[in-house]
Design a protein around this ligand. Sequence first.
Ligand code: HDD
Length: 748
Amino acid sequence: MRKRILRKTRGADRGEQAPLPPGVPGSEPASVAEPTGPRPPLPPKPDQGTPEPVSPTGQDTGADPLRDAQGGEHLTTAHGARRSDTDHSLKAGRRGPVLLQDHHFREKVSHFDHERIPERVVHARGAGAHGVFRGYGTAERISAAHVFKKDVETPVFVRFSTVLGSRGSADLARDTRGFATKFYTAEGTWDLVGNNIPVFFIQDAIKFPDVVHAAKPHPDREIPQAQSAHDTFWDFVSLHTEAQHHTIWNMSDRGIPRSYRTMEGFGVHTFRLVDDDGRSVLVKFHWKPKLGVHSVLWEEALLANGADPDVHRRDLADAIEAGAFPEWELGVQVFEDNEEQMFRGIDLLDPTKIVPEELAPVEPIGLMTLNRNPSNYFAETEQVAFNPNNLVRGIDVTNDPLLQGRLFSYLDTQLSRLGGPNWTQLPINRPHAPVNDMLRDGMHQTAVHTGVAPYHPNSLDGNNPFPADEPARPFIDVPAPVAGSVKERGAPVSFEDHFTQARLFWLSMSDVEKEHIARAYAFELGKCWEQAVKERQLQALANIDEKLCAAVAQSLGLPAPKPTVKHGRIAPSPALSQVGGQWPLDGRLVGIVVGPDPDEKDLLAVTGAIDAAGMVPLVVAPHGGPVGRGGLVAQRTYLTARSVEFDAVLVAGAVPPASDAQPSFDAKAGARSGPGIDPRVQLLLDETFRQAKAIGTWGRSGALAAAGLPEGAPGVVAGRDAAAVVEQVVELMRSHRAWERFPVPGRL
Ligand code: HDD
């Protein structure tokens, strides 16, 4: 059943009918009380719960992060002494120097000086959310993991991220997205640290520093930020052709998702599941979003990175706050765990390869719902530390050389990022299962361990802790034979095919997706300087597809080389294309452009209908404040609205030629001058039209004609009756975009 968007809690910006400002007829009298006396800390917002006060030792150490962080009513120092003044430093006379003895000043400034920790070496920018995973029970036949058992509910924390940019970079960079999930299972923590792209750039973890050095900004000037459109990236991927498969995914629409909520996730590697009897199978993990997989256009990404660089963070948090909880089904492709570890010629240990879903279907095994925003970004989203070593009974690794290297790297990186070995004690990283380890001391130790014998066996602590026997369900180490006995540096022959699957991906795209890919390559390589880099990448493209290569070469003004590899017949995988299908609309945003005096009855009915469809209506008016005389307020103005925010735009009635509320010298910039429509609305409609989004108008608006947009174009609805127009627009939105508005020539 569709979830209904809950009443928004924070006024105008959330699409709520906010109370009218004091003084406006019908408003409440001004009665906002200034704080006059001490108040307890603010309670968490409805979607932010209290962190679990779970002690890392399973004992009550008194560590309640919320209580300990903020208690009592008065301002204190870090050691709890109350302070009466935090606004003036202690000086020798009001105009004199500050005294060294001012502890409150030194503590406040010194703590501030140390507020930042090193950002993640990759995946620095992210957004997190809490939720729950419920097992369907369908994986019980192949795995002993408690988390997969039928109807078992396991708390989770997910962090989505971009890979290349720094913490303060923009969300809509063309990039891979991280999709890391921490399952706090009853039998220990399981981390599934995946991406939104099912393959990786390299086949061996020893190459990870190389690929990251190449993709990060150039070391001399530290530019460009959060981009792959530069020489060192393309130098690397053209020299390491194993990267071509991942790269074509990045150049496709997958590299610029509409939202974190509309991304697939992949475990990438092949993992091993093992049942209670020790029988194992190989699996690949897939997260399938209930909302479908959707992306934006490159123009939108560029605009959003300037107009709303937090677009993905905001989208996730707003959707959860509004009650539109995003959901993903976890699924597995299952393979026999035999000595070859191959499936139909595809090496399951090669992380640059997928297994098409048409050959091995994804079997759903559980549902994840994200339903709570973090209370504190630093404590939760920044300090969360994922680690592919975090495995539980029933889930194990394979010999994929990329995965094997990750088993070292994640544990290692937290030592410098989180300042020592006790990061598992941070509230967000604490297991929800009881912990009884023999790890002791170290920087930032917060547990108060008891006993005298943290070694095994011992006779002084009664031999505690006891190794778990089978009834206590310990981790199962699969007795997998180790292939070969020769110690060597090298890769299997099956890792040498670098182009078949890049071509498979290309052949599986629709015409419009192919156009986007060709343009993305042309843009990125067009930003490169070195001729040799461009030529080498064109050679790689020729080996993927000659038409693709020719299109990109033409844009670069270079000759298209001939392929150096020959392909046999490759069956496309329709599951790889994003185009087609009808999808739920939960949490989508609809802009409603109004003039100074809209028909309020219509407007209320329209906002109600959009709300009822699970979406968020945002009224865009000539200026802020109340709209007309009714109960609605403007959430955006002609000045603050931009097309990239909306999934569809409606124009409610007539729009003035130019609003008197805003002088329009800036408004004219970039806008075509239409006869009789405000240039900012003109720009909004132009962009929305170009972005193939649904547009609807009603009444005597004439807005389409005034804006010079063709009525009757695919995805454009005009009518007399607002309700009928909105109904059609909602229907159009289910296909995400009206791609048929711009038929592509099919030249690729
Ligand atoms: Fe990684 C972070 C995903 C290969 C080394 N990685 C990191 C994150 C994600 C991934 C989602 C962010 C986690 C978070 O939100 O905190 N990484 C992947 C995937 C890979 C992959 C899907 C290949 C299939 N990674 C990979 C290799 C290495 C690393 C081969 C090193 C040899 N990754 C790291 C890291 C990071 C990291 C440096 C940075 C911050 C962190 O670990 O905690 O250790």
